[in-house]
Each structure stands twice: as C-alpha cells, then as structure tokens.
Design a protein around this ligand. Structure first.
Ligand SMILES: NC(=O)c1ccc[n+]([C@@H]2O[C@H](COP(=O)([O-])OP(=O)(O)OC[C@H]3O[C@@H](n4cnc5c(N)ncnc54)[C@H](O)[C@@H]3O)[C@@H](O)[C@H]2O)c1
Ligand SMILES: [Zn+2]
Length: 357
C-alpha cells in the first residue's frame, strides 16, 4: 500500500493506494470501531458492497447511477436517510462509487448537521486518479453542471485499483482522459508514459493502473496543496479541457460521459492554442492521436454534436467559470505546459467552434 499525504491547512489527509483489506484497519481506527453509513449506487454496491462488510451499517444509502445522482432529489434523499438512521454529527460517512457518488455524498456530508467527515472509497479510474482528491463536492442545478457545491476535504481516501476490474471499457476510457490530462498540463514525461503504457493500462494491467493512479494522486496533491480553495489560479490548470468539456456535457446531456467530453475539450484547447499562434501544431496532433488511439472521442462528430459549435459557445458563456470580465480558458504553450488565458478573444473562439465538425 502506498500512502500519499495531501497537505491542507488544518486538515491533512492520506490517500491510500492499494488493497482495501490492508487499508480498512486504518478506517476502523478512525471510526472507533463503530459501523459507518455508506452511500453508493446499486451497481457498485451489488458488485463490491460485501468488501466493506463489518465496517459499514447493513443498509446502504443508494443513489441513482452516474451523473443522474448529482441533483437536488438525491441530495434531499441522502439527508432524509441519514436523519432516519439517526447519524450523529461527526460520524464519518463512506462514499463507495465513482465521481458522481463522491460528489453528491461529499456535498451531503458537508451539509448534514453542519458537517460530517467523508471517507472516499473511489471505484472508477476517474475517481481514483482525480475526483476523490481535492475536496470539491457538487450537484448539477438549473441546467448547469456542478452549479451547487462546497469544499469538503475528506478524512481519508482509499483507492484500490482492483475495483477497476469490473468497470466497463467505456467508463475506463472516460477516466483515462483525466489521467492523460495530468501529462498535458505540466508533465510531458508522463504524457510520453501514457503514449507507451496507456494501452496496457486500458487492457487491464494492474501494475500500470496503480502506477498511473499514484502518479495522478501525487500530482493532484501538489496542485491542491498549492491552492487548497481554488483561489490562487494554480489549481485552475486542473480544469484543462473542462470549459469546453462542461459545455459539451450541457449540450449533449448524459449521453456523453464526463471524461469523453473532457477528451474533446482537451483536443479543442490544443487546437485553439495552435490557432492563436501559441502552441506548435505538432503537439496538438500528438494529443489528438493519443486520445483517439485510446478509443476516446476527439471531435464533435464522434459524440453526435456535429454543427453544435454555437450551442457549445453559449453554454461556455453561461458556465459558472465565465467571469463578468470575460472568458477565461486554460490553453497550452506546448505539450506539458498549460496556462490560464484571460479575456479570450470571443469572436475567434466563436469562429473556431463553428468550424468544428
Ligand atoms: N470533485 C471533483 O474534483 C471531480 C473531478 C472530476 C470529475 N468529477 C465528477 O465525476 C463525475 C464522473 O465520475 P465517474 O467518471 O467516476 O463516473 P460515475 O460516478 O458517473 O459512474 C459511472 C458508472 O460506473 C459505474 N461504476 C462505478 N464503479 C464501478 C465499478 N468498479 N465496476 C462497475 N461499475 C462501476 C457506476 O455504477 C455508474 O453507472 C462527473 O460528474 C464529474 O463532474 C468530479
Ligand atoms: Zn473532470
């Protein structure tokens, strides 16, 4: 088991990467031996719930699968069930599932009785490599992705790569997009690693999965420590591909997975950087080629959004990150060097999006 410490003012926490069996005793220490409430979805709990037997209360709180969990009805239902179970303030709540479960469970935990600790047991590649770390919680509201949320840093994160053995290949690829993101933003060597080993990781090699998860957790821990509440601008790089990606999710609805939208978004961020004369075209070509080779979408036609460039721009301008002062995007100077670009030239962006097929 590898232990990665995430530094956070007043609330450092550990991410344990490795076997759940080895990690659970640490959780039992934190819970004082009491059984804890668990929030999961039917599929994940059916497949893996028994791995938490003896640690969690017998009746799980089940939420809808996938993005559908991230809404007011689920949040209200979790709070109702925690109240009915008479969960005391301060009781750690376990989130067992992907990023959707983690986001809504984290939000509920941050609100219930003014805050209960959350323990993330992420079960997707996306959640293990990215979303379970960093303390962001969210639901979608008013048609906007992640509109309502809090910062609620976990007590502990347990990332066991063997959970990924039951994940379907589309979900795995979607998570892989966020893995590649860590190479693109500031680590060209890790991007090269992905080019060499990505196939093996996707095909099921447990050692490669574990290596990638540990690498991404360390990278995210660095970003989070430098900017815990996402105010300094450095953590913003983690949103690479996400302004485009969230807009694509808003236009496509739940048909497109988060990582798929981010994959197209990262290709767009590179292509637009090339168009502005900021980035070599060869770098953008390499990014597109790798994501396509990994079976991810790289253009609007791949996700059924041909001709929807204008709608994507509109969604980008209503996204919560579009400040009154102008649109801020994360762009690239080269492979492995992303930066925050403020006051993006909107007519050029509109023309760029119109041309995407
Ligand atoms: N909080 C953050 O910092 C952050 C970062 C990135 C993404 N996110 C959010 O994460 C969400 C996406 O999460 P996700 O990609 O993990 O998918 P998900 O949580 O939406 O889960 C997708 C599907 O995979 C199934 N599943 C999960 N684990 C499984 C397993 N081990 N075996 C079989 N099936 C399994 C689930 O039942 C569900 O049907 C998005 O809403 C995104 O906005 C949050
Ligand atoms: Zn993301």
């Amino acid at each position: 088991m590898t232990i990665i410490r995430v530094a956070h003012p007043g609330a450092d926490y550990d991410v344990l990467v490795g076997g759940l069996g080895e990690a659970l005793p640490r959780l039992e220490v934190r819970s004082g031996g009491h059984r804890l409430p668990v929030i999961s979805d039917q599929r994940v709990f059916g497949l893996h719930g028994d791995r938490l037997a003896g640690v969690v209360l017998p009746d799980p709180i089940l939420v809808p699968e996938g993005e559908a969990a991230k809404g007011w009805p689920t949040l209200a239902s979790i709070v109702d069930q925690l109240a009915r179970m008479d969960i005391k303030r301060g009781t750690p709540i376990i989130a067992l599932g992907g990023g959707s479960v983690g986001d809504v469970a984290g939000l509920a935990a941050s609100l219930f009785k003014r805050g209960c600790p959350i323990v993330h047991v992420p079960t997707t590649l996306l959640a293990q490599a990215d979303s379970a770390i960093g303390g962001k919680t969210a639901i979608d509201a008013a048609g906007q992705k992640n509109l309502v949320g809090t910062f609620h840093h976990p007590l502990l994160v347990i990332a066991d790569p063997t959970f990924l053995d039951t994940l379907d290949s589309r979900q795995l690829r979607s998570g892989y997009a966020e893995v590649v993101k860590y190479g693109l933003i500031d680590d060209p060597d890790f991007f090269a690693w992905c080019e060499t080993y990505g196939d093996g990781l996707l095909a099921g090699d447990g050692d490669l999965r574990r290596t990638a998860i540990e690498h991404c957790v360390r990278a995210k821990a660095r970003f989070v420590a430098a900017d815990p509440d996402d105010t300094a601008g450095t953590r913003a790089l983690l949103n690479f591909g996400h302004s485009f990606g969230h807009a694509i999710e808003a236009v496509a609805g739940h048909r497109v997975l988060h990582g798929e939208a981010v994959a197209v978004g990262m290709v767009f961020a590179f292509a637009f950087s090339v168009e502005l004369g900021l980035c070599p075209a060869a770098d953008a070509d390499r990014v597109r080629a790798h994501l396509q080779a990994a079976g991810l979408p790289a253009r609007l036609g791949d996700i059924g959004l041909t001709g929807r460039g204008a709608a994507i721009l509109t969604a980008m301008l209503t996204d919560k990150k579009a400040q009154a002062s102008g649109l801020t995007l994360i762009l690239a100077r080269r492979l492995g060097e992303a930066f925050v670009a403020r006051n993006v030239d909107l007519p050029r962006l509109a023309a760029f999006l119109e041309r995407q097929t």
